[in-house]
Design a protein around this ligand. Structure first.
Ligand code: Z5A
Length: 210
């Protein structure tokens, strides 16, 4: 049976995930790879509706528990409706964020217990792990400076620097704990340098699976 590859991009605000995703999508398609691009929260009809709620500044103050469950409600739908079918059809799935973001934001940022997130990962996300994760690492101030031009920061972008420092700390710790799955990429580099680093990290995934 053919089986695609599941690639996720992670990082803080303004790290360059969307920019890199477009470059990777173009590169993979040029090599004849069938690609499905998605994002979290989102990617399905339900997921996009949940994304609007989750990022809406009018929802300021929702509980950390509700936020965590809504992230995983969107993910449960995405895994079953898009990611698994695409992988089974031999497509590569490129996702702008996935479960590592819940460990970083709801775990690190909001202080939700890791065991609770792990249980949701196993149940709601079917314990589906990425084949590879590209972590775009950038100091918080640099990411915020890139995003500063936006007129209307969303609900999560309104958090303070300490929140985003905790997020970054969890991301870096997860990359250190799983060095085979993660590539830590310096997101301060120029976009073409970031793309080249990501391509180098993904080339081994072209090898035929046993
Ligand atoms: N979230 C969560 O809490 N829990 C979860 O489980 C999940 C998500 C899945 C989703 O937002 C929010 O949901 C996110 C985490 C939370 N909240 N925050 N904060 P998102 O992922 O859609 O949005 P984002 O993280 O805020 O992404 P972003 O700010 O749009 O950034 P980006 O996609 O990483 O960057 P970009 O759009 O490619 O680039 C930003 C700017 O920098 C732009 O002007 C580029 O031209 C420029 N750029 C890009 N690359 C470079 C380089 N290399 N050098 C210089 N400038 C660059």
């Amino acid at each position: 049976m053919t089986h695609g590859r599941f690639i996720t991009l992670e990082g803080g605000e303004g790290a360059g995930k969307s920019t890199l995703l477009s470059g990777l999508e173009h590169w993979l398609r040029a090599q004849g790879v069938a690609v499905s691009r998605t994002r979290e929260p989102g990617g399905t009809t339900l997921g996009e509706a949940l994304r609007s709620l989750l990022l809406d500044p009018a929802q300021a103050g929702i509980s950390a528990e509700a936020e965590l469950l809504l992230m995983f409600a969107a993910r449960a739908e995405l895994v079953r409706k898009l990611i698994q079918p695409a992988l089974a059809a031999g497509r590569w799935v490129l996702s702008d964020r996935y479960t590592d973001a819940s460990y970083a934001y709801q775990g690190g940022g909001r202080g939700q217990p890791v065991a609770r997130i792990r249980a949701l990962e196993q149940w709601a996300a079917l314990d589906l792990k990425p084949d590879h994760t590209l972590l775009l690492d950038l100091p918080v101030a640099a990411g915020r400076a890139r995003a500063a031009g936006r007129d209307h920061p969303d609900r999560i972008e309104r958090e303070d620097d300490a929140f985003f420092e905790r997020v970054r700390g969890v991301y870096r710790a997860r990359a250190a704990a799983e060095p085979q799955r993660f590539s830590l990429i310096d997101a301060n580099a120029a976009p073409d340098v970031v793309l080249a680093a990501a391509q180098a990290a993904l080339r081994p995934l072209f090898a035929i699976r046993a």
